[in-house]
Design a protein. Sequence first.
Lengths: 271, 434, 477
Amino acid sequence: MKNEKGPELLDVRALTAKVAGVPILKGIDLPVRAGEIHAIMGPNGSGKSTFAKVLAGHPAYEVTGGTVRFQGHDLLTMEPEDRARAGIFLGFQYPVEIPGVSNSAFLRLAYNTVQGARGKDELDPLEFDDFIREKMKLLDIDPAFLDRSVNEGFSGGEKKRNEILQLAVLEPKLAILDETDSGLDIDALRVVAGGVNSMLKPDNAFVLVTHYQRLLNYIIPDYVHVMEGGRIIKTGGKELALELESRGYDWVVDEYRAGEQEKGYVGASAA
Amino acid sequence: MTTAVHPYVDALLTGTRDLPTSPHGWLNERRGLALERANALSVPTTRDEEWRFTDLTQLTRLQLRAPGAPAEIAPEAVLPYIVPEAGSRIVFVDGVFVPQLSSTASAVSGVRVAPLATALKTDAGRLEPHLARLAGFEQNVFVALNTAHLRDGAVVVISKGQICEKPVHILHIATQAGTAAYPRCVVIAEAGAECTVVEEYQAMSEDAYLTNAVTEIAVAARARVRHIKLQCENARAFHIASCAVVVAKDASYTSHTVSLGARLSRYDLSVALNGEGAFAQMDGLALISGRQLADTHTLIDHTQPNGRSAQLHKTIVGGAAHAVFNGKIFVRPGAQLTDSSQQSRNLLLSDKATVDTKPQLEIFADDVKCAHGATVGQLDAEQLFYLRSRGLTETVARNLLTYAFGASVIERIPVRSIVERLERAVMAQTGAAA
Amino acid sequence: MSSVLEQLVNKPYEHGFRTDIETESAPKGLSEDTIRLISSKKNEPEWLLEFRLKAYRHWLTMEEPHWPNVKYPKIDFQDIIYYSAPKPKKKKSMDEVDPELLRTFEKLGVPMNERAALAGVAVDVIFDSVSVATTYKEKLAKVGIIFCSISEAVRDHPDLVRKYLGSVVPPGDNYYAALNSAVFTDGSFVFIPKGVKCPMELSTYFRINTENSGQFERTLIVAEEDASVSYLEGCTAPKFDTNQLHAAVVELVALDRADIKYSTVQNWYAGDENGLGGIYNFVTKRGLCKGVSSKISWTQVETGSAITWKYPSCILLGDNSIGEFYSVALTNHHQQADTGTKMVHLGKNTRSTIISKGISAGQSNNSYRGLVKIGAKAAGARNYSQCDSMLIGSKSGANTFPYIQVNNPTATVEHEATTSKIGEDQLFYFRQRGIGTEEAVSMIINGFCKEVFQQLPMEFAVEATKLLGLKLEGSVG
């Protein structure tokens, strides 16, 4: 699926960010072109989820430097809802529960808002019902989902399926899935992976944030990035994921540190 | 010398002025303050919100005196109350420590179980921040009275990091009718310590008396205290008890309170979760019949973030008995991510039985999870029918379901012999209650 | 709290204008003379004056209640105007009503003239203390329904008023009910005779206009056997820096199989964001399900007032009677609300439902206080209560004080309560899906209040939703 010639969707340069005064992202560079699947891997606390949230504009995170352009626009000045309308989708690691708001009303409102922003027709409740049921069938999701409150009382797996359903409904340009595979049994994982694979088109892209290689058995990434200490310290092809699976992360970190030290040494001698 | 505003309180204060002076100034001072407060306070009436359903008129009609020297009790007489799992036992008769019935030597170092007089010699520094301090007597006349009388008591100290595997059994026996006794228990679990304490009230008399008990429990950081309270006073007795607990960071307090006895009982249990991540679980069961009244007031005070509390209070009320529950949950400003649940479940077994319950929430932080619920009802007709269709008589079916209702509280008590003892007692009493 | 949310919650009060209409007022202060003046101004019969004086003498012996979870400076009852009426005197038809007054009600969106006819709502309007217009009177009279101001009812239907006035809320019931019984000046009277289903919604609109005046209206609704009625009440007041007292009494009587539905949208001036000014809303509302299988249903959306202190209650006396209470109470800034209900089950197989939704924002304090009492003879009685609180921002408070008293073993009482919040994470989730903050808040609030809004007549429900949205502008996040 590697498509070097696809138009550039996302261009992240030297991005730094902090939360509650603590710097988490320390300079991230990531270009994503249409048609690509990127996997961001790394140990816990490496900044993967922060990166995902910063791209979506979570107000708790403060961007302190760098640029992010999305389809040529400055993403960092956009409100979260405008980013969503522009085609950025974040699949949450822990989707929140919203009691009292029905899933169907929520999905319809989100769908129509995003459609409206694209200059497309909105669907009335009846049309939307047909549309959503079709999507749910494809993803093997129980229609009873629609009548429940958003994520309320959902099991971990149900919440993740609901995220994938929203993904299918909103058809974003860039989907960032934050640990979507965690807490899923093998069947649910297949459903999620099947969803992603069927949704990948030449004009969109996926960024999968994951701790384990497991998901990558089902979704083959074009690039695998290893994050550590708020930076991407290694980028490779899909084979890198397998190597990480068998050897862990330590060697990548060691290799990176050695490289940095060398640079530091060179830098020091130059000074 | 001043006299109390309330003549009844004044009578109960007889003797407090003759208490021997303690070598510990702070203790004398607290007794003095308590005496002052007792002098100023009145016996509450049903016009006081906190006593709305519990009328103390009958208690105030009782002429009570200070207990005389306790009668000698043969060791065989306390056999039914022995908790075989216990590693130590401290026995008080009419509020006075009885060494012959006790066995306080501990095999584990760092675990001290002693009467107050002894504990003051070894652990005064540890007692000073807690004794007569955790249980506030400013507004509570009964705590003030107890504190003014403070002379003896049970002290349990578990040193830092010590794990006391075997339960400590504190047994109070009332033997003298017409008297008022003032038991006091203090449990101090230092950082990382663990223990299980059984606080038990029994009677060897059939006439009326008053037990006015105060318990203070300090659970330091990461410590765990399991507290079992069994109230089995006689059917004419008055039992008024307060227990104040402070729980520090990442510490845990679990209580199991079972009230079976007393003509009138009142238990005020207040737990302050004063450290981040503190946890409290409070189970209660009141099983009453005849003309008994059992009143439980609890307060869980979440003052710091990330605290958790879970409470289940059940009452089974037969005859013309009256159960009262008032459960307050406070979530103070800043106590974010508090997770608190409270359930009040009440089973009425007869026409004249009454329940007053008030699960109460006061929340001043927005990112919290608090749920409470209350139900009052009778045995489920479908379940009764099901059992009867399997051949059980109606009485047996009723007793079984009633027992099952209470069992969920009893079964969680972490001392097996007590679970068994209570199962027998409840089985016997459910028959009587219905 | 994010700035978007702050803006959302802090929209200015829309109804805070004052109408310049000449009024005729009694001097400030309360005495037997004031009461005699009110009574003579209204040409009342001797028995009503006696009723008032008896209530006043009783009131003098009473103390202000202190148990509600609200704080306010002591009220000076001698600093209140107890009678304030628009001048010139009341006109007979709508056309003759002071046009300034009509414009006022137009601003408030009260359908009073032709619009009223289209909307099919009969309206009685109480301005300060006096009823200024009742629409649709004749049409209703054809089916035997009496809908008029209570002053007119005293004049035209004295026997009915005398029979029921004070029969549900006795003059000495509580401090503010006694005060109201002594000085009430007007209010609405509704009588639905046997077997009549009221063909339209009846509605009263209350407005306090004069500074330093108190509003003490009295509403009495009687539904005879098999009758039914749905009654709506709306309230606003202009902005004053001083606090004004509103101490109303509402009495409902439902005879055998009668059905009364009483809905309120209360948006009295709540004071400014610093807690200055606003109405003290101390109201006694009680319904008596006197007959078998009768039903009384209270629905309230309480968004205004500096302090709200009210417990619309049902006395379920008739066997199989039903009481309902659906409430949304929203407080913001420094507002305080202590509200809830009492369901007193006396008859057999009586049923009650309580659904209470409290929303606290800003530094406000919102308390639910309820009593469910099952009497010894109320065999088979059932109650279900659900009290949910939503907190917005970390400086507000939500309290729940449910009193449950059960004296009958065949009764079933269930109470549940939960708390939730509108937090940053929820809002971010919506926004990430392209839904803006305002819409998100409105969706969450509507979801939270759904069960109550469903009980409101359609137009009121839309109104209530809008009102909550306005009230919350700027406070979420």
